[in-house]
Design a protein around this ligand. Structure first.
Ligand code: NAD
Length: 484
């Protein structure tokens, strides 16, 4: 029998405290060998003036236990308050968000009786890097960052997870027909890493049609791995069409720590009334018990929960006349789960967990790749310019080139508008002026870029940023403008 494991628990706010109390009651009755350190997070901490919603002493506990069982919290509306979820994921390096979505037909209403899929969402990168800028009167930007180590970690995790949990297929969703470099990298790494898992089926879908297929025929999917934004949206869709967002738990896994929670929020309107369904947080707790090496407890709790659902003891959100036996409150639901400990469901599929399930082990990633040969061959200079005539800007900016760098095009919102643009193209006040090495294939220097910028500034143009154009082992590390 494994030793007592310290875990950090936050009771959150809204319905958080009552569902956490219910879950801890069930886990303890099932024999969980855990030592709880309680921390305060959420609304009260925010309102005391801590913009992150968490105190330094709470970080100490998390860094010590490395296991976080977290009830939902309310993020106050308005400026300045940072989402604690995003902060916790990034600070603790919790790169994988794992969300199983399962239908419990016929006991919980669903349009998709055969649905049983797991979404593995990348948790740290993509548009969630939170790097946003206003660059001109009209233009705002959010940087989408996709990295090779980030892709390798999440994709390898998804394949390992599939293998360890008896899953047959891993599907990637990207939009690499449009975002050829960022989503293209995710797809490429998926193909590369996938080769190491010949026992698993692999497929890739463009995210739009993949999402439509998932919403229509979720039983066609098994494990789906995807970048952060698509994963955020589609994991909620998956949970909802399986039955209810109130039923899904989630694990956030990193190399050094892990966080377990429900996918729903603090449902403030339901708070304090003994109404809320603790199932999402409880299933998050089941994943936590597997993670800390107590699969016996995970299995007992999960099967007791399935038996409770099957026997019709339902909270208001899943209660249905004719199907449910009794409408119960949060506390009573927990008591029914405890009464079912030791039982298995009769119609729903019982679960089994073993030490080998290790469903939440972080993937190992090789960071020792040799660097590519990187050569600077041009620069995009972005200019804030309020007039709308690209030809006027083009002629003036062209004159600022020299023997090392020459203007090759100007684009507006990615569309080439100079030279030879069309008058129909709508232009905003944000212009990308592309300068390339005057001699094809001849690298340029940073100093040559700096002197170009000096000339742009001296000519009175407000340059707002530059992006260098490199080749990596001879391959262009940038995209061409539409029409370039
Ligand atoms: P929500 O998920 O809290 O609630 C939406 C609705 O779903 C509720 O009104 C309720 O009818 C139902 N619901 C949700 N969980 C339920 C449960 N366990 N049992 C029964 N019914 C349940 O979403 P929201 O109202 O958009 O957000 C409320 C607050 O929660 C916001 O401050 C938001 O920032 C926060 N939030 C926190 C987390 C988190 O801590 N992980 C996640 C999402 C939202």
């Amino acid at each position: 029998m494994s030793q007592t494991v310290p875990i950090t628990v936050a009771h959150g706010d809204g319905i958080g405290p009552e569902i956490m109390e219910a879950c801890l009651f069930i886990l303890k009755e099932a024999g969980a060998r855990i030592a709880i350190e309680t921390i305060e997070i959420g609304e009260q901490v925010y309102l005391r003036g801590n913009a992150a919603g968490i105190e330094p002493s709470a970080w100490e506990s998390l860094r010590r236990t490395r296991v976080f069982y977290k009830a939902p919290i309310t993020t106050p509306q308005g400026g300045g308050f940072k989402s604690l979820n995003v902060t916790a994921r990034k600070t603790l390096g919790l790169y994988a968000n794992v969300r199983p979505s399962v239908a419990y037909n016929p006991f919980i209403r669903t349009k998709h009786p055969g649905m049983d899929l797991v979404i593995v969402r990348e948790n740290e990168e993509d548009l969630y890097a939170g790097i946003e800028h206003r660059q001109s009167d009209e233009v705002y930007q959010c940087l989408k960052l996709i990295t090779r180590p980030g892709c390798e970690k999440i994709i390898r995790y998804a394949f390992d997870y599939a293998r360890q949990n008896g899953r047959k297929k891993v599907t990637a969703f990207t939009k690499d027909n449009i975002m050829k470099m960022t989503d293209g990298l995710f797809h490429k790494v998926f193909d590369e890493v996938g080769e190491e898992y010949p026992d698993l089926e692999k497929e890739h879908w463009i995210v739009d049609i993949g999402a439509a297929k998932m919403a229509d025929t979720p039983e066609a999917f098994d494990v789906i791995v995807l970048p952060n934004l698509y994963g955020d949206i589609l994991s909620d869709v998956a949970a909802q069409i399986a039955g209810s967002v109130g039923l899904a738990g989630s694990a956030n896994i990193g190399t050094h720590a892990a966080m377990f929670e429900a996918i729903h929020g603090s449902a403030p309107r339901r708070a304090g009334q003994n109404l809320a369904n603790p199932s999402g947080l409880l299933l998050g707790g089941v994943m936590m018990m597997v993670h800390i090496g107590q699969p016996d407890v995970a299995e007992a709790v999960h099967n007791a929960w399935l038996a409770t659902i099957e026997n019709g003891y339902h909270t208001y959100d899943i209660f249905k006349e004719g199907v449910s036996r009794e409408k119960v409150g949060t506390r009573e639901f927990a008591e029914w789960v405890v009464k079912h400990l030791g039982q298995k469901p009769q119609q729903l599929k019982a679960v089994t967990y073993s030490a080998a399930s290790a469903m939440t082990k972080a993937a190992e990633v090789d960071l020792s790749r040799p660097p590519a040969k990187k050569e600077l061959i041009g620069v995009d200079v972005f200019v804030h310019w309020a007039e709308r005539d690209p030809n006027k800007l083009g002629e003036a900016i062209k004159a600022l080139g020299d023997e090392s760098l020459k203007l090759t095009m100007i684009s507006n919102r990615g569309q080439k508008v100079y030279p030879d643009g069309l008058p129909e193209t709508f232009c905003v006040d944000h212009w990308r002026c592309r300068f390339m090495s005057s001699t094809k294939g001849q690298p340029i220097t940073h100093q040559q870029v700096v002197s170009l910028l000096g000339r742009v500034a001296a000519a009175g143009y407000d340059f707002i940023k530059t992006e260098h154009l490199y080749t990596f082992d001879g391959v262009e590390g940038f995209t061409r403008g539409q029409g370039e």
